[in-house]
Design a protein around this ligand. Structure first.
Ligand SMILES: [Zn+2]
Length: 277
């Protein structure tokens, strides 16, 4: 079932599908090196798993990230059907926590008609993330990518307008703490689950392309809003996760996305952790 138990919390990885990207989105690593690290020749599509995590806790159904919806790539947008496949109706989801407001994490909030896919869910978004993408007045000198994404995020969150909870750091639900981990986006958020002496870190997009960014944490992505801060945050989280021997759950780690980070000199490696149920 791709589930890990964290004390009283059960965390199930749910695939939204595979996003195909390319080597040109990686900054600061040469073509040859990124081809060698990924095992994918330059010019060929780079597949990236897109994972959501369903948390069952105290009778509540909580979803971390909402998937990509149907407008990005035909290999994406599988989250609703994969939820139904394990017996979970999207209408039964109580809370959707968003690690950040990027298309592959949020466009799945709505269907082709623009209606809420999770009609009974409250959205939980870090106040810093909401301030940047949803609440800010758009500026003429904003990068085109920022303007386009702001508009997309306003559209997909519109059906949830009256039930968006802007959260800050600290415990947001029993056993779930929000941690601002900025850079990839200004309000990029990690969720630290703690229950019964066990912990698991849902780290969103701290790492996109594990073979490249664990070997070279300074490798950035063109999608990082602040590339320097994203790299510094990645280094800090990798060091912490390795020191604490944390189990992590990554939105773009190979499905089901559970792993444990270890130091290997200046680099890091990640060992896949099996689902326990
Ligand atoms: Zn992502």
């Amino acid at each position: 079932m791709n589930t890990r138990q964290v004390g009283a919390l059960a965390v199930t990885a749910i695939s939204d599908g595979v996003l195909y990207t390319n080597h040109d989105v990686i900054l600061g690593v040469g073509r040859e090196e990124s081809a060698r690290l990924t095992g994918v020749a330059y010019g060929q599509p780079l597949p990236l798993d897109v994972n959501s995590f369903l948390i069952r806790h105290g009778g509540k159904l909580i979803l971390s990230d909402a998937g990509s919806g149907h407008t990005m790539q035909p290999t994406l947008g599988k989250l609703p059907q994969n939820l139904r496949a394990i017996g979970v109706d999207p209408a039964a989801i109580d809370i959707v926590m968003l690690t950040h407001l990027h298309s592959d994490h949020s466009l799945g909030l709505v269907d082709e008609a623009g209606q809420a896919v999770f009609p009974n869910a409250e959205l939980m978004i870090h106040e810093v993330e909401a301030a940047f993408w949803l609440d800010r007045a758009l500026q003429p000198d904003d990068h085109e990518r920022i303007t386009r994404n702001s508009k997309a995020q306003r559209a997909v969150t519109a059906p949830y307008r009256d039930r968006i909870r802007r959260i800050s750091d600290g415990e947001v639900l029993p056993g779930i703490a929000a941690m601002l981990r900025p850079g990839h986006t200004p309000g990029h958020t990690n969720w630290l689950l703690q229950s019964g002496g066990e912990r698991l870190l849902i780290w969103g997009d701290i790492v996109h392309l594990a073979p490249v960014q664990l070997a070279r944490p300074e490798a950035r992505l063109i999608y990082d809003v602040d590339t320097d801060l994203a790299a510094a945050t990645r280094q800090k989280v990798l060091e912490w996760a390795a020191a604490e021997r944390l189990v992590v759950a990554g939105a773009h780690l190979e499905f089901p996305g559970f792993g444990r980070v270890e130091r290997a000199g200046e680099r890091f490696i990640i060992k896949a952790e099996l689902a326990t149920a």
